[in-house]
Design a protein around this ligand. Structure first.
Ligand code: TPP
Ligand code: MG
Length: 562
């Protein structure tokens, strides 16, 4: 395909070929922040109509936008940043994209080859910077290689386990003219299910367990397998727990088998899981934790089955009796029909009984109790965050997409918010804050007809507050809700519980207080401040009805009475 004698070769420039290649890979939007080394691309963009350019005002926002777009669309998300400093700014967001497995194609302009050798301003080799955070990083050194490199990068990003890739584009490559055959995209089909003999082995193992439980992971959301997972849980009569980190909508909350979320507290998780004799990790991470504990989260003696497309995750932390690398949707479907054929009437009765036994302790039962508990705190000022989360979810339209990066203020959200479809919820996956403000833009652009509600803590919002300008510029239907507790409450709580002190250094954002209403308004986003819980519902309804960006700053408790 890079052979200049090929019959399909047409004389073109590197910059035009680059955009044509992206368009042919299905790219219709490029998130970016330009500099001089990207001017060739900017010039080429002005002469085509396939790709819309979305400007982000800092590279971490640019990559977060692309990450959000990739998460919500499952499509290749293109983004472009400016040489070494721009790529450096993007690294935290690239970490988040890699963590989630987002198919992001990140490119950066690079100084012309040879000119770079002279170490001009802004120069540094880019591949070693990006390499640790991507599936593949390379620099184009001959324009003839550009088609093969872009095609390979797109294919790699989109082939499970999906993830970001990086291409460095030197100026001389973008400006070179050559006969190029652009080739065609390839999509690798990995939607495989296990062989019949493995399915039978899996089914037999599952039926030999007295009390199995499922841990639902985010592959169920990315592969749109919520109903298949539910059917498997039903036939087994197995309770379903959401994996420790809620990256996405990983199960149907209102399903009678759904028990809620596993925490990231090793002792709690161990106690919770100790009642089962078998755990089935379905497209899930293996009990990913946050802070260190001497206690291991996995109860001893429990049998493990793991099914997922990410080979690295399989038996990563604990040995599995059966580990299968396969598509979760296809496998859940095939396993359910294998079980249907194998189960005796007695086994079916047991499964039904186990489901009936869950009715007092499942997610729905817990939600009813959590709602009553939250309403008891109605009069507290500043508002208790659980009251805010309840009031928000009370009025959310069914089609709303919710993002959560609110740390302590958001802890109760999933007690109230029912997850009903695979694109209805996106959480803070990696722990790296700063994703949600920009991520909401990408998610909104991917799901154009759904309102987006991004609930972002005051501390987290400030990592990428410039995203508000892009949201305003693009007139996107995003409502940012900022629970403002005037600081880093989670760090204060941890300082107290882990270090035994309440002397908070570097954890308050006060003197001066941040004014999110003024910040939003300065970037063209209408905003208001809310103190009274009674105002939450009407304000959210009004913001969503506007069909344009809005920000609601809500005063919430900081947990330390200040
Ligand atoms: C990129 C990055 N920098 C720093 C941190 C450490 N950190 C974790 S939570 C947090 C504070 C978040 O503040 P806010 O969003 O207001 O939530 P709150 O703690 O008040 O609940 C910080 C600084 C991090 N996780 N990621
Ligand atoms: Mg805070």
């Amino acid at each position: 395909m890079n052979d200049s004698s090929s019959s399909a070769a047409v004389s073109t420039t590197g910059r035009d070929a680059f955009l044509s290649l992206l368009a042919s890979e299905g790219v219709d939007v490029m998130f970016g922040n330009p500099g001089t080394t990207e001017l060739a691309i900017m010039e080429a963009l002005s002469r085509q109509s396939h790709i819309e350019y979305v400007l982000g005002l800092q590279e971490s926002v640019v990559v977060a936008m692309a990450d959000g777009y990739a998460r919500a669309s499952g499509r290749l998300a293109a983004c472009n940043v400016h040489v070494a400093p721009g790529l450096g700014n993007a690294m935290g967001s690239l970490y988040n994209a890699r963590f989630y497995g987002s198919p992001v194609l990140l490119t950066a302009g690079q100084q012309e080859q040879g000119h770079g050798l002279m170490e001009p301003l802004l120069y540094d080799p880019l591949v070693p910077i990006a390499q640790p955070m991507v599936k593949w990083a390379t620099e184009v050194t001959r324009v003839q290689d550009l088609p093969r490199i872009v095609r390979r990068a797109a294919k790699l990003a989109l082939t499970p386990p999906t993830g970001p890739v990086f291409i460095s584009l030197p100026g001389d490559i973008l400006d070179a003219q050559a006969p190029l055959d652009l080739g065609a995209p390839t999509r690798v089909d990995v939607d495989t299910r296990p062989a019949d003999v493995v399915l039978e082995k899996l089914a037999r193992a599952l039926l030999s367990a007295a009390n199995p439980a499922i841990v639902a992971g985010h592959e169920l959301a990315t592969r749109h397998a919520l109903h298949e997972a539910a059917a498997l849980a039903e036939i087994l009569g197995a309770p379903v727990w959401q994996q420790t980190v809620p990256y996405a909508a990983q199960f149907l909350s209102e399903h009678p088998n759904f028990m809620g979320q596993l925490t990231r507290n090793q002792r709690q998780v161990r106690e919770c899981l100790a009642r089962y004799d078998m755990l089935v990790f379905l497209g899930s991470d293996e009990l990913r934790m946050s802070v260190y504990s001497e206690i291991d989260a996995m109860p001893p003696g429990v049998r493990l089955i793991q099914i997922g497309e990410r080979g690295w995750e399989l038996a990563k932390n604990y040995p599995a009796e059966i580990a299968v690398q396969a598509n979760v949707k296809e496998t859940a479907r095939a396993l359910t029909s294998a079980l249907q054929k194998m189960m005796s009437p007695e086994q079916r009765r047991h499964a039904h009984q186990r489901i009936a036994d869950l009715s007092g302790s499942n997610w729905s039962a817990k939600r009813d109790r959590a709602q009553q508990d939250a309403e008891k705190l109605h009069d507290a000022r500043p508002m208790d965050p659980s009251v805010l989360m309840k009031r928000l979810t009370d009025v959310l339209p069914r089609d709303a997409v919710v993002m959560e990066e609110a740390l302590v203020s958001g802890f109760s959200l999933l007690n109230f918010l029912p997850l009903r479809d695979p694109q209805g919820f996106y959480g803070l996956a990696s722990g790296g804050i700063g994703f949600a403000m920009g991520g909401a833009i990408g998610i909104s652009m991917a799901l154009r007809d759904r309102p987006v509600v991004a609930i972002v803590g005051d501390g987290s919002a400030m990592y990428s507050i410039q995203a508000l300008w892009t949201a305003a510029h693009m007139k996107l239907p995003i409502t940012y809700v900022i629970p403002n507790n005037r600081g880093y409450r989670i760090l204060k709580e941890r300082l107290k519980s882990m270090r035994g002190t309440e002397k908070f250094i570097g954890m308050d954002i006060r003197e001066p207080d941040l004014d999110f209403v003024a910040l939003a308004q300065s970037m063209g986003v209408p905003a208001r401040r809310i103190v009274d819980p009674a105002e939450v519902g009407p304000a959210l309804r009004q913001a969503i009805a506007s069909g344009t960006p809005a920000l609601l700053e809500v005063s919430v408790a900081d947990g330390f009475g200040q």
